[in-house]
Ligand binder design. Structure first.
Ligand SMILES: Nc1nc2c(ncn2[C@@H]2O[C@H](COP(=O)(O)OP(=O)(O)OP(=O)(O)O)[C@@H](O)[C@H]2O)c(=O)[nH]1
Ligand SMILES: [Mg+2]
Length: 677
């Protein structure tokens, strides 16, 4: 029997890189009895991060799904990667979960990744709880972290626990709902015991209890009145109100943990059950073509949100059921391929509406697909993912491996939609692009380890363009007389710059049929051809209007070919005479850097011809926005890393083309690829 939706919790563990999500995932599994010992990230012994790439980098690269049982609820926990390179996984998980536990480092407080994901969780209407982790570390501070959370996310971030002790002396927590203290020794699994609230903490516990009650009382007017009248509010009433507030995004409870010591996890599991919503919260799901109702008796519709190559199980697909039941040993239809898939390796006998599970060994199913009882047009709205801007030209070390490379990259794209592969139309190079240097490095490692393809990367050439600055005219004449039928084409053109961003315009101003209408398109073709290689350095020319205004033809010798050649000739002359200039792509760069390195980063950007657009402090970090020529950013990732002690990150997107300063243009010309026009 599938689990009824109200007995489920779908929880995404999200947060900045390295805040302790994987360690917390491990502690939750251990505490709930799903694993026998508490694995450790540095030893590569955790239930998630099983991939060699994850272990060698000590970071999560893709989502791990686990199910645990706690107080008769099935909790599906999704441990997501914090590195922004793998944000597709974090967002994919947020979309299929009703709630998220934000794991925050108690030394560093709210970091960039935390803030970015918070905004996305809000957009997706996901209930949020915060777990302040690493409370055993030196210079950690629960209250300072709480203040940074409030500063970043508003006054409704409220502690439901406070720690007992600090840094390496932390030994337990005080639950502010019940005003009950718990002390943890050993591995915490069996040796957590109730203790009286320590004397020295009773005043602060009282103070934070009141703040919690202020928030809770706001959820309902009757509760507020009774609270103001000084009436006692019962445990159940507080829990109900807390859940109500959390489910509607009116309250964000904050709990305390030390993941690596399994401290605070019992309370966290309770809080997941008590405070976070079940899938019943969202009810039916309205999609453009269909409405799915969370009813087990309706036909099955399950959404595949993640495809993953598992070291042990092979390729697995994670799905969430939105309607009907996914049952072991059945056939379902993939609505994209219209092909039937056999549900063989299911992680449990049956999954009802709202449940999340995984299935192995499907033929041709990957993230973004729907598995359904019947063929229907159905699609999830696309997720807004960052554009892959870290691009490299990729070549195989062994010639003949190209097909293998493309097949492998397509496979990797199914696992991660933010990997891009394309051929640069200007340079003919194969380009692989990702969100960051690390992202592309992971791709290269996987090409080698999983597919046996060795590749080389180099920074791609900057896609320069050319344009013209003033009008010019030219005459193209193609005439050949070499016995038999000759060739004759003759045209006069005028060109002028287009300022409105239009790449090319062709005006036919021929009067009196001096060039027959049937040859005019040939002239245009010739002009377009000539524009593929500009006069400055052979880069494509954009922003030109061509007016064909005169010419002549020969009754016998004229042909399309001859007019095309004449057109190209005229165009080449005209472009050279029209003050041609080189254009370079300018990128809009958004950086987030530690406050202490802002000065260095801005100085470095200026040296890269960057123009700062603004700065915004966000707590410990500052967001800097600037426009920088792409040519100056080809190897920016490692440079930023060293400028910021590894703490900075950035994204960039194309803004527009601008003229290359004349003193630099010469260099580009010298390095431009030879043109074979
Ligand atoms: N002292 C201490 N160390 C912790 C705690 N939680 C995690 N760590 C350590 O911090 C490092 C990062 O922990 P992870 O669990 O991998 O963090 P993560 O959030 O999963 O990292 P990403 O998946 O890369 O975003 C590891 O070395 C952990 O052992 C904690 O509560 N206290
Ligand atoms: Mg992790």
């Amino acid at each position: 029997m599938p689990r009824s939706a109200d007995k489920l919790r779908n929880v995404a563990l999200v947060g900045h890189r390295g805040s302790g999500k994987t360690s917390l995932h491990e502690a939750l599994l251990f505490q709930a009895g799903a694993v026998g010992r508490l694995g450790r990230v540095p030893q590569g012994s955790t239930a998630s991060d099983t991939d060699p790439d994850e272990q060698s980098r000590q970071m999560s690269i893709s989502t791990t799904l686990s199910s645990i049982t706690w107080r008769e609820r099935k909790i599906n926990v999704l441990d997501t990667p914090g590195d922004p390179s793998f944000v597709a996984d974090a967002l994919g998980a947020l979309r299929v979960c009703e709630s998220a536990v934000f794991v925050v480092n108690a030394v560093l407080g709210v970091e960039v990744g935390t803030a970015r994901l918070w905004a996305r969780a809000a957009e997706l209407d996901v209930a949020r709880m915060v777990c302040v982790n690493m409370l055993d570390r030196e210079r950690s501070d629960f209250f300072r972290t709480l203040a940074s959370l409030k500063a970043a996310f508003g006054p409704h971030v409220v502690a439901t626990e406070i720690p007992i002790g600090a840094e390496h002396e932390i030994r337990g927590i005080i639950d502010l709902v019940d005003m009950q203290a718990y002390e943890t020794t050993g591995d915490g699994r069996t040796d957590t015991r109730k203790i009286p609230i320590p004397e020295e903490l009773s005043a602060i516990a009282q103070e934070y209890r009141e703040r919690l009650m202020d928030e809770v009382a706001e959820v309902s007017e009757t509760l507020m009145e009774r609270y103001l009248d000084g009436e006692e509010i019962s445990h159940d009433e507080v829990v109900t109100a807390l859940k109500e507030g959390t489910n509607h995004g009116d309250i964000f409870p904050v709990v305390c943990t030390v993941a690596t010591r399994n401290l605070g996890t019992t309370r966290l599991l309770d809080a997941i059950v008590d405070d976070l919503p079940s899938p019943v919260k969202h009810g039916a799901m309205e999609l453009p073509d269909i409405t799915l109702v969370p009813d087990p008796d309706e036909p099955l519709f399950a959404y595949v949100f993640k495809t993953k190559a598992d070291r042990f199980a092979g390729r697995i697909n994670f799905f969430r059921v939105y309607q009907g039941v996914m049952t072991h040993d059945t056939q379902v239809l993939n609505t994209r391929t219209h092909i039937k898939e056999r549900i063989g390796q299911l992680s449990q006998e049956a999954f009802g509406p709202g449940d999340i599970g995984s299935v192995g060994k499907l033929k041709d199913t990957h993230a973004g697909d729907w598995l359904a009882a019947r063929d229907e047009p159905i699609a999830m709205p696309p997720l807004d993912l960052p554009a892959p801007v870290m691009a490299f030209a990729i070549t195989t070390r062994t010639s003949g491996d190209e097909d293998k490379l493309f097949t492998a990259l397509r496979r990797l794209q199914e696992e991660d939609p933010t990997i891009d592969l394309h051929r640069d139309p200007q340079t003919g190079e194969e380009i692989v692009a990702g969100l960051s240097q690390v992202h592309v490095e992971v791709v290269v490692d996987r090409l080698r380890s999983r597919f046996g393809v060795e590749v080389d990367l180099k920074p791609p050439r900057v896609p320069y363009q050319e344009t013209i600055r003033r009008p010019a005219t030219a005459h193209g004449r193609h005439k050949k007389q070499s016995g038999g039928r000759g060739q004759f084409g003759d045209c006069h053109i005028a060109i002028e710059p287009l300022q409105d961003g239009t790449a090319f315009e062709f005006v036919d101003a021929i009067k009196g049929g001096v060039i027959p209408g049937s040859y005019v398109p040939a002239v245009e073709k010739g002009c377009v051809e000539a524009m593929a290689h500009g006069a400055v350095a052979g880069f494509p020319v954009k922003g030109v209007r061509v007016t064909l205004h005169d010419g002549s033809y020969h009754r016998v010798d004229s042909s399309e070919m001859a007019f095309k050649t004449a057109g190209a000739q005229a165009m080449r002359q005209a472009l050279a005479a029209a003050d041609p200039v080189l254009l370079e792509p300018i990128m809009l760069v958004t950086l987030s850097v530690p406050d202490s390195s802002v000065g260095d980063v801005i100085g470095d950007l200026a040296a890269r011809r960057g123009r700062p657009l603004g700065m915004e402090p966000t707590g410990h970090t500052t967001v800097v926005r600037a426009e920088v020529p792409m040519a100056e950013l080809l190897t920016y990732a490692p440079d930023l890393r060293s400028l910021t002690g590894g703490q900075g990150d950035f994204t960039m997107e194309f803004a527009r083309y601008e003229e290359v300063p004349p003193q630099l243009a010469q260099n580009v010309v010298l390095q431009a690829p030879a043109v074979h026009a």
